[in-house]
Ligand binder design. Structure first.
Ligand SMILES: Nc1ncnc2c1ncn2[C@@H]1O[C@H](COP(=O)(O)OP(=O)(O)OP(=O)(O)O)[C@@H](O)[C@H]1O
Ligand SMILES: Nc1ccn([C@H]2C[C@H](O)[C@@H](COP(=O)(O)O)O2)c(=O)n1
Length: 238
């Protein structure tokens, strides 16, 4: 039996600001398994292309960059680091400069199969190493790991998502801050929707709506789905 056959594979998708990354990291930490942030891979490729002077609208050049992306990504949910070509880009890939450009790379249909295969390979390696993996993104439940035993669509209302992202980026969720956040959340979702379906759960995918849940309640809700689908996934007591 391959190590993955008995591993705890959890796939989570959802729109921007729904809480995928933060909730997935907490779930992985509680279950004692590794974590894969697939959005970070698209962000890292965007950073690399810009660093190399590649025009993001030159689709063939971006595909070529995806093929040779020198990416290193940690899998510890409590210590996320991303490096490209030896440069630590952990913080830089979260800047507005990257957030506002990343959809150009993520909607490049030549890039997607390359990163999707890399994500499958990473998931297998992480599961073999840690006994499981929580992988999150936009197409994990549908394309990257449609056979995962646990597949969840994490959603939240547009208002909740704007409020959360605004509080995170601007430290406030007043009207002005929310207006400044719309591009990063709503426009990006609209662009990304052209290539992935992450607003409606595919067959067999469980929806967890966090609009009225706080962070801890969202983590509990996801853990409850994991437990109900696997029967034995109690949080690691360590
Ligand atoms: N249920 C919740 N209640 C309140 N805040 C939350 C909740 N879930 C997540 N957050 C906060 O909302 C912000 C956005 O969450 P997160 O970055 O995890 O979203 P995401 O879905 O991964 O977004 P993106 O796809 O744009 O990276 C974070 O500051 C996070 O702490
Ligand atoms: N599986 C994935 C993961 C991410 N993307 C796109 C969507 C975003 O524009 C970008 C960055 O993702 P984030 O860090 O905000 O979750 O990558 C995708 O198309 N498929």
């Amino acid at each position: 039996m391959s190590p993955e056959a008995s591993a705890l594979i959890i796939a989570i998708d959802g729109p921007s600001g729904s809480g995928k990354s933060s909730v997935s990291k907490a779930v992985a930490a509680q279950l004692g398994v590794g974590y894969l942030d697939t959005g970070a891979m698209y962000r890292a490729l965007t950073w690399w292309c810009l660093d190399q002077g590649i025009d993001l609208t030159d689709e063939a050049a971006v595909v070529e960059a995806a093929r040779s992306l020198p990416l290193e990504q940690s899998t510890d949910p409590t210590d996320q680091r991303v490096s490209v070509g030896g440069t630590d880009v952990t913080d830089e890939i979260r800047t507005t400069a990257i957030s506002s450009e990343v959809s150009k790379v993520a909607t490049n249909t030549g890039v997607r199969p390359i990163l999707q295969q890399a994500q499958r390979d990473r998931m297998s390696a992480i599961a073999a190493e840690t006994g499981g993996v929580v992988a999150e993104g936009r197409d994990i439940t549908t394309v990257v790991a449609p056979d995962a035993p646990v597949r969840i669509l994490l959603t939240a209302s547009e208002e909740a998502r704007l409020r959360r992202r605004s509080a995170e980026v601007h430290g406030t969720a007043d009207e002005e801050a929310i207006a400044a956040t719309r591009d990063q959340v709503l426009r990006r979702d609209r662009d990304d929707s052209a290539v992935s379906q992450f607003t409606v759960a595919a067959d067999g995918v469980v929806t967890v709506d966090t609009s009225d849940l706080d962070f801890d309640e969202s983590v509990e809700a996801v853990l409850a789905v994991v437990a109900s689908l696997t029967g034995d996934a109690e949080p690691d007591p360590r």
